[in-house]
Design a protein around this ligand. Structure first.
Ligand SMILES: NC(=O)C1=CN([C@@H]2O[C@H](COP(=O)(O)OP(=O)(O)OC[C@H]3O[C@@H](n4cnc5c(N)ncnc54)[C@H](OP(=O)(O)O)[C@@H]3O)[C@@H](O)[C@H]2O)[C@@H](O)CC1
Ligand SMILES: Nc1ncnc2c1ncn2[C@@H]1O[C@H](COP(=O)(O)OP(=O)(O)O)[C@@H](O)[C@H]1O
Ligand SMILES: [K+]
Length: 500
């Protein structure tokens, strides 16, 4: 699914009016009716007080139309217009007149003194600003937002939490509604997916206002959300005559004394993701541990307690490298020497990334289309810091382009980058915030590449399956009790969801 900027949304709105032969007012009515239906379904006639706050643009127009439906269905509502500007959009005025004709005059707010009392049991509908916000919110409008944030009633944002920009960084200190839930039209805005905005956009859902499909298809964007539809198109059915050789040979290079578990988790994950064969190359001290915990994996060993020589004998299709290796001098030297000669595609994680970050010249030695899976701290070590989440995305794009690698920047919405193309993954939950879950991801992506998935597809598919397993796991476990090896207990269910 494409993530559209405000300008692209306006263009898609315009194309929809033309191609569907409808007016802007009708499109607004479509949007507002979906919002009303959502509220009505949840409240089912609940007599609680609903305060609808409207701006004077089209987001305000939505608010007025929602207020009209709520009044018609007997809800206990008070409707306010924030009179921050003389300007009014045409659709705002039309909806204002419709309310007036019903004998319902919205209350104008012209100053901070006119902001009404708000109770924590009220439902707030925020229709002040949507995608048209261009500058910092100030004056009594920002006072109102501050007041709502302080009292913290249930606030339902229409299209966007007011004060948040759709696709640009906000300024330090901007006042933004900390919305309880957001109903957004057509698709998520880029700002919803960025960690700095977490306080404002804790949960959101899409209302499909049926914009012109053909026009949407034609829009070019660098920003996308991974969907089940995309994943189903990536998934490859297995040929019935295939054998273990068909599905490749994964080599996991990982572990050090005290961190052999990282290699165990990654190796098991590669197997469970469907790699035909899996070998592990680990320090000698991990030999018995690995053989005893996963008999299906073949093991080759390096020196006693840490990796040093990197002189394995097997001939893998793909290598997953880094989980648990540490950053000792010997391992650093060994890894650097190994990188100089290695041409086998790799998935590079954890301390392998940290070692490369201190020896950046070796980034150029990575085989093309290798996958790097940093969490934000590891990414920071590779590229230096960033001013804000938008700059972080730019750095992600240029890094991926410069070194011709796929980068998975892990987080709540992990971002998979292939040059300028960014895919945000929607699956997963805080159950994954547990030691070892990154090692499992490395194993899954490596195992998918081994069996023939294109590297970018494998990264997208692997991240999606990893998150989906954690979601399915919540049917039996909780976010607290779920641990990294549980991801693999639910991986079959995740695959099954994709195959169905
Ligand atoms: N057919 C459609 O297009 C559909 C649109 N839909 C809805 O329209 C929304 C977009 O509407 P929009 O473009 O009117 O922008 P909106 O978010 O209401 O804000 C603009 C107003 O705010 C003003 N303003 C801006 N910044 C300001 C500030 N800091 N302080 C004070 N004022 C400020 C700005 O004034 P100006 O900058 O022009 O001076 C203008 O008056 C969209 O999110 C969705 O909800 C849906 O109904 C689906 C169909
Ligand atoms: N709140 C969250 N929501 C979704 N996914 C998460 C969340 N927290 C962590 N994850 C995922 O869990 C994994 C953690 O990886 P990483 O930080 O490398 O862990 P470790 O080093 O312990 O193995 C990543 O794939 C990340 O996207
Ligand atoms: K809003």
């Amino acid at each position: 699914m494409k993530i559209l900027s405000s300008d692209q949304m306006y263009a898609a709105d315009a194309a929809t009016l033309k191609n569907q032969g409808i007016t802007s007012l009708e499109l607004m009515e479509r949007a507002a009716t979906l919002c009303f239906n959502w509220i009505h379904e949840k409240l089912k006639g609940d007599p609680r007080r609903i305060l609808v706050f409207c701006g004077v643009g089209n987001n305000g127009g939505d608010g007025l139309a929602i207020a009209r439906h709520l009044i018609q269905h007997g809800y206990n509502i008070s409707c306010y217009v924030l009179n921050y500007s003389e300007k009014r959009s045409g659709e705002f005025l039309e909806n204002y007149n419709r309310l007036k004709e019903m004998g319902e005059w919205p209350t104008m707010i012209n100053s901070s003194e006119e902001i009404p009392e708000i109770d924590s049991d009220d439902l707030i509908v925020d229709a002040i600003f949507g995608i048209g916000l261009k500058r910092t919110v100030s004056g009594f409008t920002s006072e109102l937002i501050k007041k709502i944030n302080a009292i913290s009633p249930f606030s339902l944002a229409i299209d966007m939490p007011s004060g948040l920009y759709a696709n640009n960084p906000n300024c330090e200190g901007d006042i933004i509604l900390e919305a309880t839930h957001t109903l957004t039209f057509q698709g998520p805005k880029l700002s919803f997916l960025l960690p700095n905005n977490a306080p404002f956009i804790s949960s959101w859902e899409i209302l499909n206002i049926a914009l012109d499909e053909e026009y949407l298809q034609s829009i070019k964007t660098e920003y996308n959300v991974v969907t089940k539809f995309l994943i189903c198109s990536i998934y490859k059915e297995r040929d019935q005559f295939s054998h273990k050789g068909t599905f490749g040979h994964t080599l996991i290079i990982g572990g050090s004394y005290g961190k052999i578990g990282a290699a165990v988790l990654a190796s098991r994950a590669a197997l469970k993701a469907g790699s035909g064969l899996v070998s592990a190359y680990i320090p000698k001290c991990g030999y018995n541990i690995l053989q005893a915990s996963i008999p299906e994996v073949m093991v080759e060993v390096d020196s006693e307690n840490e990796l040093h020589h990197f002189n394995f004998k097997c001939n893998p299709t793909v290598i997953g490298i880094g989980p648990g290796i540490g950053t000792s001098e010997k391992t650093t030297k060994g890894l650097i020497n190994f990188l100089k000669d290695n041409a086998t595609p790799m998935v590079v994680d954890a301390d392998a990334l940290n070692i490369i970050a201190l020896n950046k010249e070796f980034l150029n030695s990575l085989p093309k289309n290798s996958v790097l899976t940093p969490h934000p701290r590891e990414f920071e070590r590779l590229v230096g810091g960033w001013k804000n989440d938008y700059e972080k995305l730019e750095k992600l794009q240029s890094f991926s382009k410069e070194y011709k690698v796929i980068v998975v920047l892990k987080g709540k919405y992990s971002v998979i980058a292939n040059g300028n193309q960014l895919y945000f993954n929607p699956t997963g939950n805080t159950a994954l915030a547990t030691g070892g879950s990154g090692d499992v991801l490395t194993g899954i992506i490596t195992g998918l590449i081994a069996q023939g998935y294109d590297t970018f597809d494998a990264a997208i598919f692997g991240v999606y399956l990893h998150g989906l397993s954690a979601e399915i796991g919540m049917e039996n476990l909780t976010e607290e009790t779920f641990i990294a090896s549980d991801i693999l207990s639910y991986l079959s269910n995740a695959f099954r969801e994709v195959k169905n």
